[in-house]
Ligand binder design. Structure first.
Ligand SMILES: Nc1ncnc2c1ncn2[C@@H]1O[C@H](COP(=O)(O)OP(=O)(O)OP(=O)(O)O)[C@@H](O)[C@H]1O
Ligand SMILES: [Mg+2]
Length: 513
C-alpha cells in the first residue's frame, strides 16, 4: 500500500538474489528487497549483518557479485554513486564523510558548487546552504564555519541535510540518528514524513528499534547476510524483531540494580572553557554511573573533553577528596596518569587507527601492560587479551589480525570500547559508547559497565539515547548551553523534567555550537 494514495503500488526499487562476499565473509547471501513509492522500509540486523553492504550496492558505491536490480521496472546497475544519484537514488552514509576543513556550505554542495565567471559564487552557495540547514532546524550553525569545528551530532545533521538538499526518488539513510538526541530526531522524522507523502521511497537503517517501529511501514531483518524476516511494521512486536535479529530472546535490557554508590572519587568545580563550558561543577562517586543528557551542541562533549585535558580548560578545580592539591589535568596524558580514561565520540578522527589491526587497536591503551617480557610473549599476551575482548563484546571479525577499516560500523565502535573497558582506570568517561551498536551487544556492554561500577569505579556517561541514561545511571546531569541545568537522582526523574531542563538554556547562548 502506498501511504500517500492508499493504492497498492509496484516497487520503486527492487533487488533479487543479491550477493556479495568479502574475503572470509558472505556479507550478502541471495537477498531480495524492495522499496515502494511513499514508504519507509526499515532494514535492521546485528552489527555486521550486511545492512550497509546492501545499501551501498543500492546506491552504487559497491557492486554486487550476483543478483538483479530494477528501478521502476527497468534494469538498474549504477556504475558509481554519481550515476545512482542521476538515476534518483541517494544515500546518506553511515560514517561521517564530510571534509573537516571545508565549510558547512561547501560540504553541502560539493558536487555542484554554484559558479559565476568561473569562480565559486559564495553568496549563492551560503544562501542555499542556510536554507538547507534551516530545513533541518540548524539555523544556529553558520554555513561558513569549517565542518571540523562542529560536534559529531551536528556533523551528522549536515550530512543528512546534504542528502536531503537534492531531489530524489529513493533515499537511503544508514543510521542517520546514531548521534542525534530526541529533539533532532523529531526534525528528521518530520522531514521524512514530507518526503514520504511526496512519494519518495525511503530505506531506513537504525539500531534504535523503538524508533524503527515508529517510522517504518515495513521492516526487513538481515542476519548473517540473509533476509530472515520481512513484515509490515505494525505486525511485529519489539521482542519479535529482536528475536529475528539475534536468533534468541533477550531479557531485561538493563542490569538489575544491586550497586550502591560509595564515597566521592572526584570533585569538579567551576570548569570553564569559552562559551562551551560555563562554570560546571559536579561530584562523582565510587560505584556510580553519572549520566550527561542534553541536546546536540549543549556542551556535554566539551565538558568531558575539558575535564580530561583533551581541550585546555580556562578555569576550574578538579580534586580527589583527601588529597590536598588539586589535580593538574592539562593534557590527556596527565589525566590517564591520574586514573581517568576517555572514549571519544568521534571514533574516526580521534579514536581508531583504521588501517591497523583489531589487536593493535584494542590493546593500544594497555601497551605498558603487554610490553613486559620478550617480543614473543608480548604478541601471545596481546593476542590472548584481544581474543577475550572480541568474544566478550561479540566483535565480528575474521581474526584479531584483520584491519579495523574492514569491520562494520558497529563492530568498529566495539573495538574502540574494548580498548578502554579493560584499562584499570578508576574513572571512565564514555562519550556515546553504544553509538551504532546493536541491541545484543548493548546488552553485554551495559552489564560490563555495571560490573565495572560495582567494582568501585566511577563512570561518566554521555549519551544521546535518553533510554540508555534512564536505564543505567544513578544520577543524570542535564546540560544546557554549557551549564548543568539540573541534576536528577534515580527515582526522582522523569522524561518531561529532563527534556524541560535540556531546553532551559536555549535562549541563553551567545552563539556557541
Ligand atoms: N571492505 C570490506 N572488506 C572486508 N570485509 C568487509 C568489508 N566491508 C564489509 N565487510 C564485512 O561484511 C560484513 C557486513 O558488513 P556491513 O557493514 O554490511 O554490516 P552492517 O549490517 O552495516 O553492520 P553495522 O550495524 O555494524 O553497521 C561484515 O562482516 C564486515 O566485516
Ligand atoms: Mg552498517
Amino acid at each position: 500500500m502506498s501511504a500517500a494514495t492508499g493504492l497498492p503500488t509496484a516497487p520503486l526499487l527492487e533487488v533479487r538474489g543479491l550477493s556479495r562476499t568479502y574475503p572470509g565473509v558472505r556479507a550478502l547471501d541471495a537477498v531480495d528487497f524492495s522499496v515502494r513509492r511513499g514508504e519507509v522500509h526499515a532494514l535492521v540486523g546485528e552489527n555486521g549483518a550486511g545492512k550497509s553492504t546492501l545499501s551501498k550496492i543500492l546506491a552504487g558505491t559497491e557492486a554486487p557479485a550476483a543478483g538483479v536490480m530494477l528501478l521502476e521496472g527497468a534494469p538498474y546497475a549504477p556504475a558509481d554513486r554519481r550515476h545512482a544519484e542521476r538515476c534518483g537514488v541517494r544515500i546518506v552514509l553511515q560514517e561521517l564523510n564530510l571534509i573537516p576543513t571545508l565549510t558547512v556550505a561547501e560540504n553541502l554542495f560539493l558536487d555542484d558548487l554554484p559558479r559565476r565567471w568561473g569562480w565559486i559564487d559564495y553568496r549563492r552557495l551560503n544562501a542555499a546552504a542556510a536554507q538547507a540547514m534551516a530545513a533541518m532546524g540548524l539555523q544556529a550553525v553558520p554555513p561558513d564555519v569549517p565542518v571540523g569545528d562542529l560536534g559529531v551530532g551536528q556533523q551528522q545533521m549536515v550530512e543528512i541535510a546534504a542528502g536531503l538538499a537534492h531531489p530524489c526518488r529513493v533515499l537511503i539513510l544508514d543510521e542517520p540518528t546514531a548521534s542525534l538526541t530526541e529533539a533532532e530526531c523529531a526534525l528528521l522524522f518530520a522531514h521524512l514524513a514530507r518526503l514520504r507523502a511526496a512519494g519518495v521511497g525511503i530505506v531506513y537503517i537504525s539500531h534504535r528499534l523503538a524508533e524503527v517501529q515508529r517510522v517504518a511501514d515495513r521492516i526487513t531483518v538481515l542476519r548473517d547476510g540473509k533476509v530472515v524476516a520481512s513484515t509490515a511494521a505494525a505486525d511485529a512486536s519489539l521482542d519479535q524483531i529482536i528475536g529475528w535479529m539475534v536468533g534468541r530472546a533477550l531479557r531485561d535490557t538493563y542490569p538489575p540494580r544491586t550497586r550502591q554508590p560509595g564515597a566521592t572519587l572526584l570533585e569538579v568545580r567551576g570548569l570553564q572553557r569559552g562559551n562551551a563550558v560555563r562554570g560546571v561543577s559536579f561530584d562523582v562517586r565510587r560505584g556510580e554511573i553519572l549520566g550527561f543528557a542534553g541536546l546536540m551542541g549543549s556542551g556535554r562533549t566539551e565538558i568531558v573533553r575539558a575535564l580530561f585535558g583533551a581541550d585546555l580548560a580556562e578555569a576550574g578545580v578538579i580534586r580527589r577528596p583527601g588529597q590536598a592539591a588539586p589535580l593538574r589535568l592539562r593534557t590527556p596524558r596527565d589525566a590517564v596518569r591520574h586514573g581517568l580514561a576517555l572514549l571519544t565520540e568521534n571514533r574516526k578522527e580521534q579514536g581508531l587507527l583504521l588501517t591497523l589491526t583489531v589487536r593493535v587497536n584494542t590493546t593500544l591503551a594497555r601497551l605498558r601492560a603487554v610490553t613486559r617480557g620478550g617480543w614473543w610473549l608480548r604478541q601471545t599476551l596481546e593476542t590472548a587479551l584481544c581474543e577475550r575482548l572480541v568474544q566478550q563484546l561479540s566483535i565480528r571479525c575474521r581474526s584479531v589480525a584483520q584491519p579495523v577499516w574492514e569491520l562494520s560500523g558497529g563492530n568498529q565502535q566495539k573495538v574502540l570500547l574494548a580498548r578502554w573497558l579493560h584499562r584499570d582506570s578508576e574513572i571512565l568517561i564514555l562519550d556515546e559508547p553504544t553509538r551504532g551498536v546493536d541491541v545484543g551487544a548493548r546488552h553485554e556492554i551495559y552489564r560490563h559497565l555495571d560490573r565495572l561500577a560495582a567494582e568501585g569505579r566511577a563512570i561518566l556517561l554521555v549519551s544521546s539515547d535518553l533510554e540508555e541514561l534512564l536505564g543505567l545511571c544513578d544520577r543524570i546531569a542535564v546540560v544546557s548551553a554549557g551549564r548543568i541545568a539540573a541534576l536528577f537522582e534515580r527515582g526522582h526523574w522523569n522524561r518531561d523534567a529532563i527534556m524541560a531542563a535540556a531546553l532551559s538554556g536555549q535562549n541563553d547562548r551567545p552563539g556557541g555550537n
